[in-house]
Design a protein around this ligand. Sequence first.
Ligand SMILES: NC(=O)c1ccc[n+]([C@@H]2O[C@H](COP(=O)([O-])OP(=O)(O)OC[C@H]3O[C@@H](n4cnc5c(N)ncnc54)[C@H](O)[C@@H]3O)[C@@H](O)[C@H]2O)c1
Ligand SMILES: [Zn+2]
Length: 372
Amino acid sequence: MNSVPRITVSLADRSYEIAIRAGLLEKLERDMKRCGLKGKVGIVTDQHVAQHYLKPLAETAKQAGLEPVPIILTPGERSKTLQTVEHILNVLARYRFERSSYLLALGGGVVGDLTGFAASIYQRGIPYIQVPTTLVAQVDSSVGGKTGVDHRLGKNLIGAFYQPRAVWIDPLTLHTLPTREWIAGLAEVIKYGIIADESFFRYLERKMPDLQKQIPQVVASVVKRSCEIKAEVVAADERESDRRRILNYGHTIGHALEALGGYKSLVHGEAVGIGLVQEADLACFQGLCADEVVDAIRRVVKNAGLSDRMPHAAPTRIWKAMLHDKKVSSGQVIGVWPTRIGEVRMAPLGKDVFDRWCAKSRAASRSVSVLS
Ligand SMILES: NC(=O)c1ccc[n+]([C@@H]2O[C@H](COP(=O)([O-])OP(=O)(O)OC[C@H]3O[C@@H](n4cnc5c(N)ncnc54)[C@H](O)[C@@H]3O)[C@@H](O)[C@H]2O)c1
Ligand SMILES: [Zn+2]
């Protein structure tokens, strides 16, 4: 058997490995033993994912001598609530899960965030492993230990930093992903090239047609490089006091657009795709990067099948939504600005600059209305 590529997330005694391999889901027996799983194991998933992948994972768990307990949730962001966490905790208590019992998060970012948070508070913390099945989850949410749920007054308002014990990625699971979710995930992949690795960005430019066709080797190498970059950034700054903030590139405008659309008109990655282009344009407007940088970002975003256009919304509403984002500190919007492909810097954004940029953009382009 070929060895499985592994990436280490170096966090002292909380370090863990990301294993990536096509077909991994059915070959996890050894990894389950290696990580020390024993007795009951809770497999948290959602109805869509369960249809395809619950059985193979549960079978593998049985072969490893474990007793799988499936916890199947309603799919979608609307499930990411304290109520769902309570449901998970109820099952764990009913089945008498112990401090050493593991949870497996089999699904997208919603399942991963919920499972990690439930694991962080059940008996003051039990171990969990991420088994991500969306592109967003494989390249982003499963790595880094941010867990949590949404609140009526804000997305991801409640949560904890709580690292998984391992991340097991099977890129083959992406084959059943709806196209819209696949394309949305590409925004996060493109982001990694822009913030940290020019040659990865150029690779994405060249390979975008293969990515659209989901050619397995290209998908696997893109997932791997994205995880390496995320692992490196997280290891340098686990709790987002400094370097980890570069991961927010494209998200200042992205989050604002998501919120203005009531989290209905745009999925997260679609909003981030627009954010990548528009924040580059805003960087260029401030004299921080050349036009060619914006053009290159715009091209790759469009080739991925994502929109690059700012939806029609009043600048004051966008600004307010940007200020509302929980990543804003003391009323200041701190932007992440590309200086060239592969390098970003952080700097505050003044409302006057934002307003002037909006006026220029409005004059220069036709805007499209995708917000409700
Ligand atoms: N913790 C973090 O660092 C972090 C980072 C980025 C995003 N997130 C969170 O992740 C969430 C978004 O995650 P997402 O984009 O994975 O969405 P998601 O978990 O809602 O999954 C999207 C849809 O795809 C379905 N699905 C998942 N895997 C599938 C598969 N292999 N085949 C068929 N269908 C499948 C799901 O059932 C769901 O309907 C948000 O809540 C966001 O806040 C967290
Ligand atoms: Zn994101």
